[in-house]
Ligand binder design. Sequence first.
Ligand SMILES: [Cu+2]
Length: 257
Amino acid sequence: MKARTRTLIAAPALTLAAMFAVAGPAAAADTTQGDLKPVPLNGVDGSGSAMVWVDGTTLKVEFQATGLLADSPHAAHIHYGSDAKNQCPVAADDADGDGHITTSEGIPSYGTVQVSLTTSGDTSPDSALAVDRFDTAAGGDITYERGEIEVSQALADDISSGEAAVVVHGVDYNDNGTYDGDEMSDLDPSLPAEATDPALCGIMNVSQMADMPAGGVQTGSGSTAGVENIGLLAAGGAAALAGGALLIRRRTLRTDS
Ligand SMILES: [Cu+2]
């Protein structure tokens, strides 16, 4: 009889845990992915791949790229435009016919900067050219991972739709191993065009792989992620009703958009 009593007491706790597991952030994540390919005309012999997980209004982004100008900062962004083609540029997008695709010439294809894929600090479009906070591609390679990137609900929905682009910038037209040249950037006239013209681009299509990577939306680089998860679980029971209301509100917003 004691065992049965215990089971009855334990049951509500299990139910709450199960509710949280279903309504929790990890289960709600949308996964998008795409291959990074050279932007035509820009002389890049590189490649890569990227994944973007959307969990409510929080993003986790991973990308790998090779064949970039080594040891030079490479601005990287998520681009999107509601009135863009949401494709990567083609050679015909060289509007001024100078033989290169500038960042601006790519905007009708991939849209404007929505998220700056910096290694630290701000990730808004304000940091689009924060050259001291982008990966410098040691040996020409970048392995990027960052979680807990907060965006608006509208942008989260746009990315979840599978039409956003990951664009990595920075090329070397004259093949001399550094950003230079007489042609200046269309984004910042104090920088060479080589420093900002797009190198690699990929559209982040909706993925069949539904799972978040190990560590979820946490950066996963230390043991604190586990501690935060324990805190989340502890708060989960009390917050279950509030969380449910939030999910309903999100769905409403999504329907309206
Ligand atoms: Cu960009």
